[in-house]
Design a protein around this ligand. Sequence first.
Ligand code: SAH
Length: 249
Amino acid sequence: MSGWIAVAGLGPGAEALVTPEVTQALDQATDIIGYIPYVARVAQRPGLTLHPSDNRVELDRATHALTLAAQGRRVVIVSSGDPGVFAMASALFEALEAGPTDWLALDIQILPGITAMLAAAARAGAPLGHDFCVINLSDNLKPWALIERRLRLAAQADFAMAFYNPRSKARPEGFARTLTILREECGDDRLILFARAVSTPEESLAIVRLGQVTPDMADMRTMVIVGSSLTRVIERPAGPILYTPRWSQ
Ligand code: SAH
């Protein structure tokens, strides 16, 4: 009986961006738990049980993983990107805190991955080269008023900003409201990166000024990075580079 749980980040999509540590955990696992498209990235093999589940059942998934590990199974919970960034690692600890005390003896490890923000930033250049902040634009788990307050204060403090979950079919109006706030706080010249499906065959990148942005430029596979007032573009034949210098005034 030597069960364990690893919460592993699979990176943004490309196999080359999965860490060797995560590959090793997947190789040693008896059970893989996670959202359907992420579990689909793990190859089937004898002795491995895949447990794909639907979106928005994070706590059920976490409880399932803890129960299996307590039975002696070697469980990997898979997330895209990094598991600590708007993903399963916190859900696991929420379930751990709410569960029986014998779960506290379980071997639990969080294995980092390359989060979408870093993959997107690297494709475009270095937009996060100076101070930045990260906001999840989904209001599933927090009130919209809090998102709006954080957006405004971050813009006023002249942070570059990275947005996860910018726009879904269920709440298309949130991103339009985000753009309105940004226009009020930053003006039309502010540079914005839309990086969709980074490191997958469907990858696309667009660097635009806030004045040209329309809400339909983002969807749930898009990472949005808003530059600070100092973020700039270098034009070159191979395509633009978006970067933020290391200094500030
Ligand atoms: N744990 C994940 C984030 C989960 S939230 C991570 O660390 O990357 C899901 C959001 O991440 C998506 O709505 C999108 O904004 C972003 N995202 C995930 N993969 C992406 C990719 N390959 N390209 C662009 N954005 C991505």
